[in-house]
Ligand binder design. Structure first.
Ligand SMILES: NC(=O)C1=CN([C@@H]2O[C@H](COP(=O)(O)OP(=O)(O)OC[C@H]3O[C@@H](n4cnc5c(N)ncnc54)[C@H](OP(=O)(O)O)[C@@H]3O)[C@@H](O)[C@H]2O)C=CC1
Ligand SMILES: Nc1nc(=O)c2c([nH]1)NC[C@@H]1CN(c3ccc(C(=O)N[C@@H](CCC(=O)O)C(=O)O)cc3)C=[N+]21
Length: 314
């Protein structure tokens, strides 16, 4: 079996593959894939405008002044602009009350120019995230974090209106090289509400056999090494080392970690949860950081916003 043809490595091919140690991974270029998706979305938006329909609208809600959140929200607006989605940014101070945030969400729910509402997470401490996310109209829940959308994702035979963006982006990347996940062993490192758990749910829906790992997992390295598909979303710089990865595996690196680097203009560089330079020699496919899952997350947000606009067509 060749790791280039999208087939799944089985344990009896493992030792043979190890000898091919120096066969470098193919890079799964999320930035390029996201660019293609954005072009397609731009075309569809233009088509809608030509039909006399209004531009899809996305409202972002940023509470407080977390610098990383400000960067992410800014790049979401930029991406909207690129494809013709109208984006509206709402900012509240870190001192905003629960009521103020809830009132804003309700106002956006009632605003017909707003098709999608994204409340940037994490919210400052003191605010009830569950209540805020639950207040978003499910037809505008382009992040897919409303309890009804997550509940449907977790249940057989139910369809969420929207799938969370980062997990959806991971699946597009994985399925671009491994379209048939039937019976594949998938390991997800991390169980957060926004990445680990929903990506695990999507992998189960795609018929993979899924193991979810977290800070209490024993024998992490061995569990990871059993994976045909490994998704790392822990937020620990370069935690996944070369001997954690089965030769030929598809490795999706969700982590975005800043590490100090005086040679960089910003004083830091971004690294993933995977030690890219060593894992690239053994994985079949590997996503880079930056340029992997991050841009796909934003492309999925645009896709969800366009879908929300379509849902609101009368
Ligand atoms: N590219 C993108 O689009 C996105 C990237 N990210 C990045 O992905 C990473 C994860 O984000 P997020 O899910 O929000 O993070 P969280 O901090 O919410 O979750 C981290 C998860 O990893 C587990 N974990 C932490 N340390 C270890 C360890 N040493 N061994 C095993 N498991 C561990 C935690 O376990 P436990 O539950 O037991 O605490 C938890 O389940 C971050 O770097 C974040 O910046 C996030 C969102 C989008
Ligand atoms: N309600 C909500 N929805 C989210 O989708 C959400 C969130 N809250 N909170 C935080 C995380 C994080 N996240 C990222 C999106 C894009 C990049 C991204 O584009 N990264 C670039 C690099 C960006 C840089 O240079 O910093 C890349 O990986 O190439 C990263 C991370 C979305 N999140």
């Amino acid at each position: 079996m060749n790791r280039r043809n999208g087939s799944i490595m089985t344990s009896n091919t493992l030792s043979a593959k190890k000898e091919e140690h120096n066969m470098p991974a193919q890079i799964l270029d999320g930035a390029a894939m996201a660019e293609k998706i954005r072009q397609q979305i731009a075309q569809e938006v233009a088509q809608r405008l030509a039909e006399g329909k209004p531009a899809p609208g996305l409202a972002t809600v940023l509470v407080g002044d977390n610098p990383a959140s400000q960067v992410y929200v800014k790049s979401k607006h930029k991406a909207c602009q690129q494809v013709g989605i109208r984006s509206m940014g709402y900012e509240l101070p870190a001192t905003a009350s629960q009521q103020e945030v809830m009132d804003l969400v309700k106002r956006l729910n009632d605003d017909p120019a707003v098709n999608g509402i994204l409340v940037q997470l994490p919210l400052p401490s003191g605010l009830d995230e569950e209540k805020v996310l639950g207040a978003i109209s499910i037809e505008k829940d382009v992040d897919g974090f409303h309890p009804i959308n997550i509940g449907r994702l977790a249940q057989k035979g139910r369809e969420p209106l929207f799938v969370p963006c980062t997990p959806a982006g991971c699946m597009v990347l994985i399925e671009s090289v491994l379209p048939d996940l039937n019976g594949a062993n998938a390991v997800v490192l991390g169980r957060s509400n926004i990445v680990g758990m929903p990506v695990a749910l999507l992998l189960v829906r795609a018929n993979a056999t899924v193991t979810i790992c977290h800070s209490r997992t024993r024998n992490l390295k061995e569990v990871c090494r059993s994976a045909d598909v490994l998704v790392a979303a822990v937020g620990r710089a370069e935690m996944v080392r070369v001997d954690w990865v089965k030769p030929g595996a598809v490795v999706i690196d969700v982590g975005i970690n800043r590490v100090e680097d005086a040679t960089q203009p910003r004083g830091y560089r971004l690294v993933g949860d995977v030690a890219f330079d060593e894992v690239k020699d053994v994985a079949g496919w590997l996503t880079p950081v930056p340029g992997g899952v991050g841009p796909m997350t934003i492309a999925m947000l645009l896709q969800n916003t366009l879908r929300a606009a379509r849902l609101s067509d009368v």
